[in-house]
Design a protein around this ligand. Sequence first.
Ligand SMILES: Nc1ncnc2c1ncn2[C@@H]1O[C@H](COP(=O)(O)OP(=O)(O)OP(=O)(O)O)[C@@H](O)[C@H]1O
Ligand SMILES: [Mg+2]
Length: 335
Amino acid sequence: MANHIEAKLQNALDKVFVPGIMRSLVQMNLVRSAEIREGKARVTLASTAVPTEYHNLLKDQAATAVSNLSGVKEVAVDLTEVKPKELNHIAKIIAIMSGKGGVGKSLVASLLATSFAREGKEVGILDADITGPSIPKMFGLNGRPSGSETGILPILSKSGIEIMSMNLLLPSEDEAVIWRGPLMSKAITQFWEEVLWGKLDCLVIDLPPGTGDAPLTVLQAIPITGVIDVFTPQELTEMIVKKAVKMAQKMNVRVLGVVENMSYLVLPDTGKKLEVFGKSKGEEMAKACGAPLLGRLPIDPELAKLCDEGNIEKYSSDAVSQLFANVVAALNRET
Ligand SMILES: Nc1ncnc2c1ncn2[C@@H]1O[C@H](COP(=O)(O)OP(=O)(O)OP(=O)(O)O)[C@@H](O)[C@H]1O
Ligand SMILES: [Mg+2]
């Protein structure tokens, strides 16, 4: 009986959106307690990251939703402040790394997040590339995150992916962020601790290239499930690819696998695969890294176009589906 009432309450509160983001109180994990006793409903909500001017609206909407339940004669809604970190429940966290720049990390991060969202999963992207953030551009986002003293709300993409990036906080998109290591690390830590992500099935972290301060902070401060290393066939030495993998291994973070991007080009007339930069090094790199090859993505002009337009969520291909399936399998595999 109690469970039945509890489910009804959660169900009602799952229809109330948090002001500033199109996610429900339940999705953002703001319901601290909810009970009904002798017709009296009592709900305690965390008002974390909800701007003060919306507090009353939040209470009213929750009260209305609950008062519509049968058997409820009276409703009391209280607000409480809780740190975002205590409310964030994230099942899996993937960090995307690479030895060098421009190999397609942000692209892989975006495509994986999009694949999760298509499966109806709750997913977020933490853009940890503080000085060169490119995630908002790929998703065509330019809104500003709202928030309060207690936390920041991510921006929602067209397909409902929660996104937080330095680019969304800067006065103008072209603004250069010139920060030293410690400040950068602080910004990343804040994106982790002070953003209300709520309940997520997966958080994808897009890292800047290399093995500098930002990747170090992410691997140290965030409980990563596993990292994915992206490279291209242009990579001249195994060493660069291995460097990122080694860093993760040294820090006892699991390496889910490697991805070869720009691996080949499909010729439009014949459908033949042309290995533009020479023969694929995928298997070789995977072996050198001691991690599986999760996928090979072709150079696709359509993909480049959708990235430029901010429409990456519209892209789908067999190669991406295959990559996604392998990533999910790797995530579900016990270590
Ligand atoms: N497989 C691909 N097909 C077509 N275009 C691609 C492909 N991979 C990457 N690109 C293009 O190359 C550019 C660089 O990709 P991306 O931003 O993902 O690299 P990155 O590794 O995140 O770079 P950085 O190191 O600067 O963060 C993007 O503008 C994207 O449009
Ligand atoms: Mg990038």
